[in-house]
Design a protein around this ligand. Structure first.
Ligand SMILES: [Zn+2]
Length: 435
């Protein structure tokens, strides 16, 4: 283990000239409030989003992980060190948790984060953190719409990088590094259609019109995702292919027993009835396993975990395995891998989906807890919204959505193979089991 000192260390002692840190790229700007404390300024790193694609995960106990691009920074509440790989950096003050949010010294954000994300620069004179990319890969409406406009052209020349992809170049997954050519080895993806049998999942839409049940949409889309993966040379296993109930813990076990490389669960979102205009909520989001960070993520987590009430006592596992799993170092590696897969899925769907990208999120889904491999859960749209309910039940649109998910999986696997080949990636549980 190495302890490294940060160059501009004196920053921590200086009092900020502003009460907010400006984070900007060519098209966007966010203002991150600076909290003063006796030993120096603190900021909430999650507030750098969406300009900086940073993910803040509470691991276990006092430990937290910040994922920026392909790198992660580990910090601990009350400990004046941050760790990047085997290197430890001394911090001006210890991170703190206030009202459930992690606060880190400003120094970490303006000195350490730019070190690991090469397209960020700190301008001390203006108190600005600048991102050089034209835009991040967190699709905003403009990028999503640009993608949609060129969907047809894109399909005709799949292997050629479409020119407008430059607008969605991100920190975490730069488009230019997408490997081409076939996968080097056979890969197996478990595709999980959410809900089933007595558990219909959500029902919609709120405003009336043709009624939809989540379990039917997820099954139809999951089968299409499987077919699209097959066309891309990827092996597929389904958790269900009929209208039947599979316990949440069994879904992960199916993936583990098959030594799958990835687990992808398909779901349909439902608006919170307490929202101002619940029928109007639209968009798609992709989750990976971690403790839920926001009230909205907790809402989706509660909704997707509710099926446990349909399961027999034998099927429902005793205790809460989440804290145990997150304690596992292998799972921590999967956290980063899952995050990348989730980012790629959001970006691909963003090119074709009429709704807004609600981003990559994290929550403690039981269905993901039991899968010892990178695992994501995709909420493909809001069944409570009349427009999206009909979008998600249109066979052509379902094909398009499924192709987007399959393309993201293929891209992820290619990146993964390249990382393993260059010795910079960790293996998945599936790989370990196969060797
Ligand atoms: Zn669901």
């Amino acid at each position: 283990m190495i302890v490294a000192l940060l160059a501009a260390f004196q920053l921590a002692a200086a009092s900020p000239s502003a009460n907010a840190l400006v984070v900007k790229d060519a098209s966007r700007k966010v203002s991150v409030p600076i909290v003063t404390s006796p030993t120096g300024p603190l900021v909430r790193p999650d507030q750098l989003r969406p300009v900086v694609p940073i993910t803040v995960s509470h691991l276990t106990g006092d430990r937290w992980m910040l994922i920026v691009g392909a790198s992660s920074i580990e910090v601990e509440e009350g400990v004046r060190f941050a760790r990047v790989g085997e290197t430890e950096f001394q911090l001006a003050r210890a991170p703190e948790v206030r009202k459930g949010f992690l606060y880190v010294p400003l120094q970490l954000v303006v000195e350490l984060v730019p070190r690991i994300a090469s397209n960020l620069a700190w301008d001390a004179a203006h108190y600005e953190l600048r991102s050089f990319s034209a835009s991040t890969h967190y699709e905003d409406r403009a990028v999503a719409q640009a993608g949609r406009a060129t969907t047809t052209a894109r399909r005709e020349q799949k292997e050629v990088e479409p020119s407008d992809e430059r607008t969605s170049r991100g920190l975490a997954v730069p488009v230019s590094s997408t490997p081409t050519g076939p996968l080097r080895s056979r890969r197996l993806v478990v595709v999980d259609a959410g809900h089933g049998g007595p558990d219909a999942g959500m029902r919609g839409p709120i405003a009336g019109g043709p009624r939809v049940a989540e379990k039917n949409i997820t099954l139809a889309v999951a089968k299409r995702v499987g077919a699209a993966l097959g066309q891309r040379g990827i092996d597929v296993k389904y958790t269900r292919t009929t209208d039947t109930l599979i316990a949440l813990s069994d879904r992960g076990r199916i993936a583990n027993d098959a030594h799958a490389d990835l687990f992808v669960s398909i779901h349909v979102n439902a608006a919170n009835p307490g929202w101002k205009d619940p029928g109007a909520a639209r968009g798609f989001e992709t989750y990976f396993l971690a403790e839920a960070k926001t009230e909205d993520a907790r809402r989706v987590e509660r909704m997707e975990n509710e099926v446990v009430k349909f399961e027999t006592r034998a099927a429902a596992r005793a205790g809460d395995p989440l804290s145990f799993i997150l304690n596992d170092m292998a799972q921590n590696e999967h956290l980063r891998e899952s995050n990348e897969l989730a980012e790629l899925i959001q970006r691909r769907i963003g090119r074709i989906h009429p709704g807004p990208s609600r981003g990559v999120k994290q929550a403690g889904f039981r269905v993901l807890v039991t899968a010892f491999m990178p695992a994501v859960l995709v909420e493909i749209g809001f069944g409570t919204n009349a427009g999206e309910a009909s979008y998600m039940t249109d066979p052509n649109r379902m094909d398009e959505l499924s192709a987007a998910v399959a393309d993201a999986v293929l891209e992820y696997l290619k990146r993964y193979e390249r990382r393993v080949a260059t010795g910079t990636g960790a293996g998945t549980a599936g790989d370990v089991a196969r060797q």
